[in-house]
Design a binder for this molecule. Sequence first.
Ligand code: MG
Length: 375
Amino acid sequence: MPLIESFQSSGATIDCRRVLLLEMTDTDGFRTWSECVAEALPTYSPDTVDTSWLALTEWIIPLVLEQSSIDTGSLNSLFERRIRGHAMPRAAVEMGLWTLEAMREDEALAVMLARRSDLPASNRAPRSTVMTGIALGMMASPDALAERAAVAVGEGYQRIKLKVVPGRDVDFARAVRQRIGEKVPLTVDANCSYSHSDPAHRTALDELDELNLRMIEQPLAHDDLVHHAELQRRLSTPICLDESIQGEASARAMVLLGSARVVNIKPGRVGGFQQALAIHDICERSNIAAWCGGMLETGIGRAYNVALASLPGFTEPGDLSPSARYYERDIIVEPWTMDEHGSVRVPLDVPGLGIDVDIDYVDELTVRRITFAAR
Ligand code: MG
């Protein structure tokens, strides 16, 4: 699917989103869709569209269909025993199964997620709307980026996030800050592009620390919780971890080490909703803020993110832009929209995902398809 605005981060520029979808049916005829959020290239995650296709078709789907019955709990323990890595294709199956369970229980996915979280019962209602921020890719000049950010503020976005890399960071963030004022929450996301040992990088991070940013997302390497902890002690701006949080274990390690004060929870990155819920609960109990990031999803993947972001621990605006931010035409019948206050409505009154897939358009875009049936 071609993107309306190409999206440049430290790792790659994306003009066109390759999309991997799953349609799942259970023995009672409940049916839903899910989206594997892996990208074409292994720049953000080791998972790609092609490795996910391989993992799904060779290992994951055959393993699931061997079981005489399965629910989200037994699926997660099966994956833990039998599939190492491949979090994004695992998540696509796992999250689809959550939707099927919600449909079987005749409740909205968001309601079921909140009900199954580990929080006190008084704190277990999903929100009816979620606040939306925008992630802006890198642009040619600080002025161009500041202009784009000002447009986004006018559209109602509740938080502006800028992609940065060493050398294209402080001037850009400062220009945006000056243009949008001090009141609009502003964050930067480095996607692991700074080195803890490079003096110029340390200086840049200290300068970013002066810009009243809401958070600095994933400045250092994806596997380096220790130096994030050191950096968090030096900076007054909260550090947010994205790539570093692979599941419950890394979230606990982050809390113990003090590596960050915010987590960007993407269910695809952590293998699905069970892990996303566990991380949400750890954050809530440890006074760590959480929000739901995006992977340039279609309207299908967005439905999963909106449901997750409706949980009470998601205290910061998510990357939950309306369909029109990314795609001329989305693959769902009613595109996601955002009101002028940057809110997206959570479909709480429909069992399951609360969207209708535009199957004719999906068919039109489809380049490869495979069907599996249980024996
Ligand atoms: Mg990020």
